[in-house]
Ligand binder design. Structure first.
Ligand code: ATP
Ligand code: MG
Length: 275
């Protein structure tokens, strides 16, 4: 479909994105035939995935199946052997370094492991992407960092704390604040609620939902958390056999006959979803 509805964020962006519509849903990330391996071992083979604008996509799969590898490949932190990855309508392999850098400002990332720099305060951590991509005064960056803290529900006092002085839940929020530093349209979250108690995890899910609603974010969330998949995610993609086996709603997952999907969503830990 042609550009009938113009998103101001798109038109003001340095790159004029080509729209890719599937029905009335705009594909914001499209992976086709993605193959990634280490030595003789293929981790991902011929993987296809679409992520739609404004959705919260839950990405699941057994431990070690390649969820983090795929995320790192999309972010160009890992090379792929074949396939294409388009984000905001741009084939990442075809962009110049400076266009890529512009594009990178439009996504934010929360990594699975130790997302913050331990030697920097929370405020300094949030300012890392700002320093990298923008040329702002310290005063403005301080104001922006406080704004991001407020957005993720952290008190102002946490700005000058070091990660070691924060709880696990606060670290996740501070990491999210950093992922939001450049007002991205798309955020990648790798197990954002792991290690949190169910209430903390529930609060985090609610925060993600609120941010999606208020900022129009698209969220790509790797998670093992069945509660998150049930309550926070609009759609779920299952990684298995080196590719995306299945995508759909939680309802679709519960209907699936695939043995892994069945045992995951109907297993002891998943049983409460059936109620
Ligand atoms: N840099 C690397 N070099 C070699 N092998 C790697 C590398 N990174 C990941 N792997 C391997 O790729 C596979 C997938 O790893 P990945 O971290 O993506 O799993 P995952 O699905 O994220 O698992 P988890 O749910 O435990 O986080 C694993 O077998 C891992 O050992
Ligand atoms: Mg992982």
């Amino acid at each position: 479909m042609a550009d009938e509805t113009i998103d101001p964020a798109e038109t003001s962006a340095p790159l004029s994105a080509d729209r890719q519509e599937t029905g009335d849903r705009e594909v914001i990330l499209r992976a086709r035939g993605v193959t990634v391996g280490f030595g003789d071992t293929l981790i991902l083979k011929d993987l296809d995935l679409d992520v739609y604008r404004g959705e919260i996509l839950g990405f699941v799969g057994g431990s070690g199946t390649g969820k983090s590898v795929l995320m790192r490949t999309i972010l160009r932190l890992m090379p792929k052997r074949a396939g294409t990855i388009e984000v905001f309508g741009h084939d990442l392999d075809k962009l110049s370094t400076s266009d890529l850098s512009d594009l990178e400002q439009r996504w934010g990332v929360l990594f699975q492991m130790g997302a913050l720099f331990s030697s920097l305060t929370v405020k300094q951590n949030i300012q890392v992407p700002m320093r990298e991509h923008l040329d702002l005064s310290q005063r403005l960056m301080d104001e922006l960092a406080l704004l991001k803290l407020e957005l993720v529900g952290l008190p102002r006092e946490s700005a000058d704390k070091f990660p070691s002085e924060l709880s696990g839940g606060m670290i996740k929020r501070a990491s999210l604040a950093r992922a939001l530093a450049l007002d991205p349209q798309l955020v990648f979250l790798d197990e954002p609620t792991s290690g949190l108690d169910p209430i903390g995890a529930g609060d985090f899910d609610e925060l993600i939902g609120n941010l999606r609603d208020t900022l129009g974010l698209t969220v790509y969330m790797v998670t093992h958390d069945l509660d998150s998949l049930h309550t926070a995610c609009d759609r779920i993609a299952v990684l298995g056999e080196k590719r995306v086996l299945l995508t759909g709603t939680i309802h679709d997952m519960l209907q699936s006959d695939h043995p892994w999907v069945k045992s995951y969503f109907h297993g002891a830990r998943g049983r409460k979803l059936m109620g």
